[in-house]
Design a protein. Structure first.
Length: 153
């Protein structure tokens, strides 16, 4: 008679391996490997290029999600003079400024990281020091330019 082993997700003969009391089979209990568990996030050190890559994806998501708000504000600003004043009130309030700075950072980070990835595709900057320096350049340049442009706006 066939019995199903829960761990192996495979069938076995009933008399081939003796069943354990919990329904598993002894072969999997004997061959179970002890795997390391890294639950402490500060112990996992991500390289700077990995941080830049993750933030590139995050900035893309922020840009995508901001499209609906930007189109709504654009529609509001084109309705009538009262709509334009409401648009200005939203944009020049502190939540509007913070949102604008966030979208500006996302746009610049996505631009700089995209240029970095294009250069890497052309095999420019693949050496280890240049790879790190370009990632640091993206991580530093995007917020600095965003702050500079935010002050000008």
């Amino acid at each position: 008679m066939w019995r199903r082993c829960r761990r192996a997700r495979a069938f076995r003969w009933e008399n081939e391996f003796p069943a354990r009391s919990d329904g598993g089979c002894y072969t999997h209990a004997m061959h179970a490997k002890k795997r390391p568990v890294f639950l402490s996030l500060p112990r996992i050190h991500l390289p700077v290029a990995g941080v830049a890559s993750i933030l590139h994806r995050v900035s893309g998501v922020v840009l995508f999600l901001s499209l609906s708000a930007a189109s709504g504000l654009f529609s509001l600003s084109l309705q009538d003079p009262a709509g334009w004043r409401a648009f200005q009130a939203v944009l020049y309030g502190w939540p509007g400024r913070v949102g604008l700075m966030l979208v500006l950072w996302a746009l610049l980070h996505h631009l700089f990281a995209g240029i970095r990835h294009l250069l890497l595709d052309l095999h420019i900057g693949l050496d280890r020091p240049l790879y790190r320096y370009s990632a640091w350049g993206v991580l530093i340049a995007a917020p600095v330019v965003a702050l500079w442009l935010g002050v000008l706006l």
